[in-house]
Design a protein around this ligand. Structure first.
Ligand code: PAN
Ligand code: ZN
Length: 186
């Protein structure tokens, strides 16, 4: 770390995930997740009609340096592409030895994780569940409920995001609606 940073606070609205300044908003729409959903025909059909927001990220701004902790809320809106629930792109950290903690504030979802050598885990997320993503595990979240799924994540600020492997090979697990209920499949 180079220069002294002063303490600060933000206010988080658990219902909407909104964070007061200093936060940066990142909006991901259907068109930003090209090639990631299993049912590509359903994806193209949906995109020809609309380009909905799948999720918003409210990132609390800190220097992207070792020693600092970055954090954000993520709000995934309810919806599906075909039978597959709306999800985040998912990523490994560029510095793979870095962990992360996700705490659910609202709604219902899953945290999917996988390693490069083929291990996978899924954790069901409901309000109050705090999940640990160890170093080396890629992570993706999804909303399998009928209201916004909101969670708060904290990670080393210098970790970086590596989306390439997920864009190339996808995620090992998928969560689809089967008989009206979410089912995790490999
Ligand atoms: C989170 C994620 C956020 C959005 O802040 O970046 O939930 O997911 P994608 O980055 O995969 O689109 C995090 O894991 N940061 O490291
Ligand atoms: Zn991460």
């Amino acid at each position: 770390m180079t220069k002294l940073t002063f303490p600060f606070k933000v206010d988080i609205d658990f219902a909407t995930g909104h964070v007061t300044a200093p936060a940066k908003v990142l909006t991901r729409r259907l068109s930003d997740l090209q090639g990631l959903f299993m049912d590509s025909a359903a994806y193209e059909q949906m995109l020809s009609r609309e380009n909905p927001v799948l999720y918003d990220v409210y990132e609390i701004q800190v220097p992207e340096e070792a020693g600092h902790l970055a954090s954000c809320t993520t709000v995934i809106y309810p919806g599906k592409v075909g039978k597959e629930y709306f999800f985040t792109k998912g990523h490994f950290h560029t510095i793979e030895e870095t962990a992360e903690i996700y705490t659910c504030l609202r709604g219902e979802g899953y945290l999917l994780m996988m390693t490069r050598d083929g291990r996978s885990r899924a954790i069901k997320m409901t309000p109050g569940v705090s999940a640990y993503i160890p170093p080396y595990w890629a992570h993706r979240t999804l909303n399998c409920g009928g209201e916004p799924f909101v969670f708060y994540g904290v990670w080393p600020a210098d970790a970086g995001h590596d989306y390439a492997a997920i864009l190339d090979k996808g995620f090992k697990q998928r969560v689809m609606e089967v008989d009206g209920k979410p089912a995790v499949t490999e």
